[in-house]
Design a protein around this ligand. Structure first.
Ligand code: TYD
Length: 213
């Protein structure tokens, strides 16, 4: 893919994003990492996309029935939510030098809207306003296991974004993204084991200033 988002505007902070299909445990891992970093004296901001703002709420309405909007409109909603998020949360926190932990970001747009048939290079180009992550964890789990976790543990019925065949396509795109800031993590282990890996990679990044590849 040639059309990658532009290089980062210079900021003091560190942007770490948590990605992967639904049910991989990324939100739990994010919270545990936030605790760890705070205990070590870092200023940490935790945040998520879709956001809790106006556009994020519109997107959650969508979960119930995606058929009510076109793919183009759906992509536009995620972009609008992200623009607002970058301006009001991410940029200010990064300029203050915080470590920002973000649950989903534009890699999700590439994977999910790409799986819905949108052009991935075009999605990348449309996200060029968003600061690239310094580190992106992509948590990997077979879609069968992820759906089992959603239904058994959370007692939820998979929504339109969570159907198996669709998640398989999403997973395939996540596994093929070419960015050097990506670290793939096997999510099919205990929470503690996965968290140990996450912490090692973040410690490495904070001391070396680069992803471990
Ligand atoms: P999720 O992390 O499950 O949010 P919550 O737990 O708060 O409901 O994300 C919701 C869904 O949105 C998820 O299935 C992936 C999808 N999504 C996209 O399709 N594109 C995007 O750009 C983002 C950020 C999320």
């Amino acid at each position: 893919m040639s059309n990658q988002p532009k290089p980062p505007p210079q900021h003091e902070g560190v942007l770490i994003v948590f990605e992967g299909i639904d049910g991989t445990g990324k939100s739990t891992q994010l919270q545990l990492l936030a605790e760890y970093l705070r205990q070590h004296g870092h200023t940490v901001v935790t945040t998520k996309e879709p956001t809790e703002g106006t556009y994020g709420r519109q997107i959650r309405e969508l979960y119930r029935n995606r058929a009510t909007v076109t793919r183009e409109e759906e992509l536009e909603m995620f972009l609008r939510d992200r623009r607002d998020h970058v301006n009001t949360v991410l940029d200010p926190a990064l300029s203050r030098g915080a470590i920002v932990l973000c649950d989903r970001y534009y890699l999700s747009t590439m994977a999910y809207q790409g799986a819905a048939g949108m052009d991935i290079a075009d999605i990348a180009a449309k996200n060029d306003f968003a600061p690239p992550p310094d580190l992106a964890f992509i948590f990997q789990l077979r879609p069968e296991s992820s759906i089992a976790r959603i239904t058994e543990h959370r007692g939820e019925v998979p929504n339109d974004f969570e159907q198996k065949d669709y998640l398989k396509k999403v997973e395939k795109i996540f596994n093929s993204l070419p960015f050097s800031y990506i670290e793939y993590i096997d999510a099919d282990h205990s929470i503690d084991t996965v968290q140990r890996t996450v912490r090692q990679l973040v410690d490495w990044y904070l001391s070396a200033g680069t992803a471990k590849r």
